[in-house]
Design a protein around this ligand. Structure first.
Ligand SMILES: Cc1cc2nc3c(=O)[nH]c(=O)nc-3n(C[C@H](O)[C@H](O)[C@H](O)COP(=O)(O)OP(=O)(O)OC[C@H]3O[C@@H](n4cnc5c(N)ncnc54)[C@H](O)[C@@H]3O)c2cc1C
Length: 724
């Protein structure tokens, strides 16, 4: 996936990708590396200016397109995917600062110049330059840190330290020749970097931008993130393509599970980087705090993530990936430069941790075509439901189709994705949780899709009303990940079937009324073909439930022994032998209704900070920042999936990686929390709260519903198309 979500954004992305491929062949960029390093203009820049791509975000009165930061991010991402050389990013960044913060006469003069193709660059730090007030002017002296694009820039935005903070100002026209720009050898061979030396340079009030260091850095983070997303996607895609064709030991290397899983992990990381970059760009349209939060998360996740991903891609290519001739090191270098120029990662981590302790990321979800009358109708029902006792409320909501609004009538209200969002928002507004039927959420879609009318009647309504609790009798001692090798037998009996076998790890079996159960009806058929799908009454003679105790001390799952259990024909779902196909509906239905990412606040690292007291140690803050960035990127991925569903597309690759990413994030978070509490975490229920218990309770997320290895297999084979 690219940053582009809407069809307009996708068209723009395609146009920029085509443009980059036509005008910025990497062979030409390599050939011009010395000239690029010295800041000499390249033909590709004139072509870019001809399309006004460097000015898409500048105001229309100045000749720009007045686009928002998301569209600029789309341009930057695509250009970076093709490793477009020269000063696009620095010019776009400086242009944004001038458009947002320049005093009017300065903006009036500079923005049309930028649209016409003037090159620009901005520093990201004020370190190295010192400004002293002299009457109405500043006088600035010193040598800046390396500034991306400064060698080629006609317009410079620099920051200097003052007694009270920093001052940001523009140098252009004749004054540009009064400063010394010293090109440095850049790790990124496709554009220049330089230090700027100032010797008592006078800076008038008319040159000063109304901006502070944090805002400059936030904007840089958002725009650099878009490039990092393009770099990450190129690396991920080219590594994957290589894994499909490179052969070793007589087969494509992508068929080796180590390589397949690596490709799947790189894909998930690249999707996270894209989501974080998208989120920062989108948040620019919200308030300053939201932007600061999303931008800091992007700074932590994107460029550093792209650096790691690029190195992993180098190793995926083997020796050839480490040659000068191979392009991967050019992308690796671009990512390294982006990360370094954004400043120390630790500072971003601590800033993000501090911000997230006081602000929650609020996604701004605007719905274009809300179904008329739905919102007040739902609000009225929920207001009536709110004071009821939980059992009564569940029944009441089910009767009004609000227990599972996405189900067809009469069980739900056949709510479209937009309608589901409206209803979820109304649940939130009413302070109510949407009812869950737990394992019923996997059973009911299968019954709705493949069951008889009588089965739908008997099970769907009562489950939604809370009268039936389900369990899932799939796994067996000898059939876990390889579920199709299950051995529970179902043999023909008068009017039905007799089931015998052993199931294991069955959650909630001790309280379940009914079970969905897979059993082998045709032992002679190939293993996936001989399985059937039954609904088993858990109170039938021959069903014995034996509780198992989990490692965390709880009692969730059980062994279930089936001895000659009679199941009538009316409780077979679909036809005999269709069980495997139906099971895939069940397994794929781990709550695919649109509320998945909504209305559920995932645990955040900041939730755990309060228990630590003040002051929070710097290393804990930094770790908290990393974890927060991952959590926000995950939330952004969920939000993108939701927006795509609202726009009418089926859940795509993002849905497959969400589960894996969630498992990674929760594992890292709970592991970290355990460490933050020191000796206290050796106790249960002490000041460390649930730190140890939380960690002990991770495995259900890592094993249940398919282990992480199985999920990575699915991503590798079904999403990425690697050989089985
Ligand atoms: C808390 C909890 C609740 C559960 N609830 C239910 C339930 O209600 N109903 C139900 O039917 N089941 C339930 N399960 C079972 C769950 O679906 C299985 O545990 C899971 O599918 C793994 O099977 P297994 O335990 O036999 O492990 P195995 O399949 O034996 O796996 C052992 C290890 O080998 C790895 N492995 C196996 N095959 C491959 C492969 N092809 N490639 C790479 N690695 C592989 C696995 O990733 C794992 O690390 C539950 C499990 C847990 C932990």
């Amino acid at each position: 996936m690219t940053i582009a979500l809407t069809s307009d954004q996708q068209d723009l992305a395609e146009a920029v990708a085509g443009f980059t491929a036509r005008h910025a062949a990497l062979a030409a960029t390599r050939g011009a590396a010395d000239k690029i390093a010295a800041g000499q203009p390249q033909p590709s820049w004139q072509a870019l200016v001809g399309q006004r791509l460097q000015a898409i975000h500048l105001p229309e009165w100045a000749g720009g397109d007045g686009a928002d930061l998301t569209e600029l991010a789309v341009v930057l991402e695509q250009a970076a995917f093709g490793l477009f050389p020269g000063p696009l990013l620095p010019t776009a960044f400086a242009g944004q600062l001038i458009a947002e913060h320049a005093p009017e006469p300065l903006g009036r003069r500079l923005l049309p110049e930028l649209v016409s193709g003037a090159t620009a660059a901005s520093a990201v730090t004020a370190a190295g330059l010192r400004a002293v007030k002299s009457g109405s002017q500043w006088r600035v002296t010193g040598e800046s840190a390396p500034v991306l694009g400064a060698a080629s820039a006609r317009i410079l935005v620099l920051g200097a330290e003052t007694e009270a903070g920093t001052v940001w100002f523009v140098i252009d026209g004749g004054q540009r020749d009064d400063v010394e720009v010293v090109p440095a050898e850049h790790v990124d061979l496709t554009r220049d970097v330089a230090r700027v030396r100032l010797d008592d340079l006078p800076v008038s009030a008319g040159q000063v931008l109304a901006v502070d260091l944090d805002r400059v850095r936030d904007l840089a983070a958002a725009l650099f993130a878009a490039e990092a997303a393009g770099v990450a996607r190129w690396c991920q895609g080219s590594g994957l393509a290589y894994a499909k064709v490179r052969e070793q030991f007589g087969t494509a290397i992508g068929s080796f599970q180590a390589v397949k899983h690596k490709c799947a992990r790189l894909f998930a990381r690249s999707e996270l980087i894209t989501a974080a970059a998208w989120d920062a760009a989108v948040a620019h349209g919200q308030d300053r705090e939201q932007f600061a939060l999303a931008a800091a998360a992007a700074a932590v996740v994107t460029a550093p993530g792209a650096v790691d991903l690029a190195l992993e891609t180098v190793t995926l290519f083997g020796g050839i990936g480490y040659t000068w001739e191979h392009d991967v090191h050019l992308y690796w270098r671009r990512a390294m430069s982006l990360q370094s120029l954004l400043g120390p990662r630790g500072a971003w981590q601590r800033r993000l941790a501090g911000l997230s302790a006081v602000i929650d990321r609020q996604h701004d979800l605007r719905l274009a075509d809300e179904p008329a009358g739905l919102r007040p109708w739902a609000a009225e029902i929920l207001a009536e439901a709110a004071p009821m006792a939980p059992d009564k409320r569940r029944r009441f909501l089910a009767e009004h189709g609000l227990a599972a609004p996405h189900y067809p009538r009469p069980y739900g209200i056949a709510a479209s994705p937009v309608a589901q969002v409206v209803i979820t928002q109304e649940f939130e507004r009413a302070g109510l949780a949407q009812p869950s039927t737990m394992i019923g959420e996997w059973a009911l879609p299968t019954i709705l899709a493949h069951g008889t009318g009588e089965q739908r009647e008997a099970f769907v309504g009562p489950t939604l009303r809370g009268d039936i609790v389900w369990c899932q009798l799939f796994s067996e001692p000898g059939a876990g990940s390889d579920l199709a090798s299950l051995r529970t037998r179902a043999t023909r009996a008068n009017g039905g079937w007799r089931l015998t076998g052993q199931k294991v790890w069955t959650s909630s079996a001790q309280e379940a009324d009914w079970a969905i159960c897979l059993a082998r009806t045709d032992p002679g058929a190939p293993k996936h073909k001989g399985i059937s799908y039954f609904l088993v009454d858990m109170r039938s003679p021959g069903v014995e439930v034996r509780p198992l105790r989990e490692a965390n001390g709880g009692y969730l799952f059980n062994e279930v022994f089936l001895t000659d259990v009679f199941v009538p024909d009316s409780r077979l779902v679909g036809n005999p032998g269709e069980g495997w196909r139906l099971a895939r509906t069940t397994l794929g239905n781990e709550r695919v209704n649109i509320a998945t990412g909504m209305g559920r606040r995932h645990e955040m690292p900041s939730d755990y900070l309060a228990a630590l007291g003040e002051p929070v140690p710097a290393d804990v803050l930094a770790e908290c920042g990393v974890l927060t960035a991952d959590a926000l990127a995950f939330a952004a991925m969920s939000q993108r999936l939701l927006l795509r569903q609202i726009a009418g597309s089926q859940p795509g690759a993002e849905a497959s990686v969400l589960k894996v990413v969630h498992a990674w994030n929760v594992t890292s978070l709970r592991r970290a929390v355990l460490g933050w509490h020191g000796p206290e975490a050796a106790t249960l229920g002490g000041p460390a709260g649930d730190a140890a218990q939380g960690y002990l309770s991770l495995p259900p997320m890592l094993i249940g519903g398919g282990t992480l290895e199985i999920q990575l297999n699915v991503i590798g084979e079904r999403v990425l198309g690697l050989p089985r």
